[in-house]
Write a protein that binds this ligand. Structure first.
Ligand code: DX5
Ligand code: ZN
Length: 221
């Protein structure tokens, strides 16, 4: 596995040509496709369901699809995205009635599982779940929209989570989501993050390879 993974969020992609746009960003060097699933209930916005995941798999997208469920309830969507071929599924603990059962459903379905922490969500949800997790997603914006500004207090939170991951002895990806761009990606990596979601910083640009190369350059220093 690569040390650092770049996961463009399709929230900012061209939905009139989604398959082509996702293939283009993968050809430009992205590692994972980040799916921001919003239900206009848990977050004040509505995006897409499992059919889009299935459409991209049928289209031939072979990179892992990293599904970020900003939905409540959670379990029905876990079932749908497992059927649609999701490789990773993460959800917000506040959105699930039974966190352990939701995590177990993802694992039983053969996908990697993770919890998502909003800026104000405390880390105590890790106390009885960390030994089941493959991934932890830290929101560096309040969920719902792309193009927002990175919340600086997330850096300290990332350091704390990295410490807990190291203490767990498990190989857990620490992912960040919101306001990530070439100018802040290095300090985010220095805080212990190794997987980077970026929507507007990548899909908002004319040259995907140039911005992904710039991010990798910042990560290699
Ligand atoms: C918020 C979304 C965004 C998106 C990334 O709910 O999850 O964080 O993925 O958007 P940018 O990179 O444009 O902040
Ligand atoms: Zn996301």
């Amino acid at each position: 596995e690569k040390q650092f993974l770049i996961a463009p969020s399709i929230l900012s992609a061209d939905f009139a040509r989604l398959g082509d746009d996702v293939q283009k960003v993968l050809d430009a060097g992205a590692d994972v496709v980040h799916f921001d699933v919003m239900d206009n209930h848990y977050v004040p916005n509505l995006t897409f369901g499992a059919m889009v995941c299935k459409a991209l798999k049928d289209y031939g997208i072979s990179a892992p699809i990293d599904v970020h469920l900003m939905v409540s309830p959670v379990d029905g969507m876990i079932e749908e995205f497992l059927k649609a071929g999701a490789d990773i599924i993460t959800f917000h603990p506040e959105a699930s009635q039974h966190i352990d059962r939701s995590l177990q459903m993802i694992k039983d379905g053969g996908a990697k599982c993770g919890l998502v922490f909003n800026p104000a969500t405390p880390l105590h949800y890790l106390d009885h779940t960390i030994d089941k997790l493959d991934q932890i997603l830290l929101m560096s914006v309040n969920p719902g929209f792309g193009g927002q500004k990175f919340i600086p207090s997330t850096l300290q939170k990332a350091r704390m989570v990295r410490e807990r991951i190291n203490a767990s002895g498990r190989d857990i990806r620490l992912e960040i989501d919101g306001g990530v761009n070439p100018s802040n990606i290095r300090e985010i990596a220095e805080a212990g993050v190794d997987m980077f979601v970026a929507g507007s910083a990548i899909f908002g640009k004319a040259d995907y390879r140039a911005v992904i190369d710039e991010m990798r350059q910042e990560l290699s220093l």
